[in-house]
Write a protein that binds this ligand. Sequence first.
Ligand SMILES: [Zn+2]
Length: 410
Amino acid sequence: MDGSSTPGTSSTLGSTIDDLRRQNLAQVLRLVHRDGPMSRSEITRATGLNRSTIGGLVTDLSHRGLVVENAAPTARKVGRPSPSVAASDQATAIAVNPEVDAIDMALVGLSGRVLHRVRYQNERTPTVGEFINVVSAIIEGMRPAFGDVTVLGIGVALPGLVREVDGSVILAPHLGWRDAPIAQLVEEATGMRAIVGNDANCGVVAESTFGAGRGEGVIVYLNGGASGIGGGIVINGRLVVGEGGNAGEFGHTAVSTQGRRCHCGATGCLETEVRRDRFVEAAGLGDVELGALQAAMAVAWLDPDSAGAREIDRQVSRLAVALRSIVNIFNPRTVILGGHLAHLLAVVGEHEFHRRIAPTLPGEGSEPEIIGAQLDDELLLIGAAELVFAEALGDPTVMPTRAVAPALVQ
Ligand SMILES: [Zn+2]
C-alpha cells in the first residue's frame, strides 16, 4: 500500500511497530510518574529495554512535554552523576472535588504534585448549576497560575454514584444531585475536556500510585468525609469497579441492628454509625473547625468517662465490625483509612484497632497493616487529576510533539 518491499504485511508490521513504541513510551512514562525521578540507567534496568531505546523514548516523551531531564543526579544513585528523568509538571490537570461544605480545586502536575489550590466554602449545599458556575469562575481566576503549562483536562472526584463512560452522576445523595451530565456541563462551561469519577475510587487510585498503598497486592481504602463513607479496592494496581461501578461502597456495610436509619433505606449502615458530626454532637463541640477536630478527639479520649470518649469508643467498635468483614473477604495487604476514619485510628492507635477487629481468619503473617492515608487532604484532588492523566499515561502519543525536528513526527 505504501510502496514498501514487503507487500501485504507492511502496514500490519508498521502498526505493530507503532503499537510497540506506544507501549514502550507508556511504560517509561508510567514508571517516572509513579516512582519519581530516575536516571536513564535506572529506567533501563526497570524496563528491561536497551539503553539506546530508552534514550529515544525519553527524547520522544520530552518533545511531547511529558518528561523533563534535569542535570541533577538522582538521589539514590552513587558514583558518576547521571541526569534524572522526571514526569513534567508542565503537563497538568485541574482537579475538582465538590463536597457539601466546600468545592475544593487544584492544579496538579503530572508528577502528582499539587501546584496551586483553591478551596471555595459553600454557604449551602450547591446545586449542579451553582457548582458549574463556581468551577468555571475559579478556573478563570486560576488562569494566571497556569503560566505556560499545558492543561490536559479537568478531573472531578464526586461523592456519589457515577456512570464513568459519559461522566454523568446517577446519584450523589448528600449533594442532592441525580441524573446530571456533569462532564458535559463542565466541558460546555469551560471548553476543556472533563472526566468524572467516584471520589473514593479517586482516593484509592492516588494512594496506590503515590501513597501508602504503592506496590502489588490487595489494597482496601475507606474514607470518612463530610458526605459519609466511601471506599475502593485496588488489586495489583488495578481498580476494582464492579458491574455497575459500585464496588467498594463500604459505607453501607451493616454494622448494627439497632442503629439509625440510613438514606439508603437500611438501618445501622457504617456511614450513619461512624461519622465526625456524631462525635461533634456527643462531645458538645458546636462549630469546631475541621483542622482542630483530631486534637479535640485526642483530648476527649484521654478522659474515658467523657461523652466524647464514649462516642469514639462506640464508633471504633462499629468500624471494627465492618473492617472484620472486609479483612475476611479481601485478605488485604493494606487497609488505608482516610478522613474521620484516619482520625479514629490515630486517636486510639493501631494496636487497639487490631484488638477490636480480631478475630479474623487465622493465617501466619496475613494480618493486614492498617494505616492512615499518606496523601492526606490532597488525596482526592491528586486522584481526580489521575482521571485526566490516565489517557496520556496509557498512550503518550495522544500528546502532540513540540519537537525541534518536526520531520521526525509521523
Ligand atoms: Zn446505607
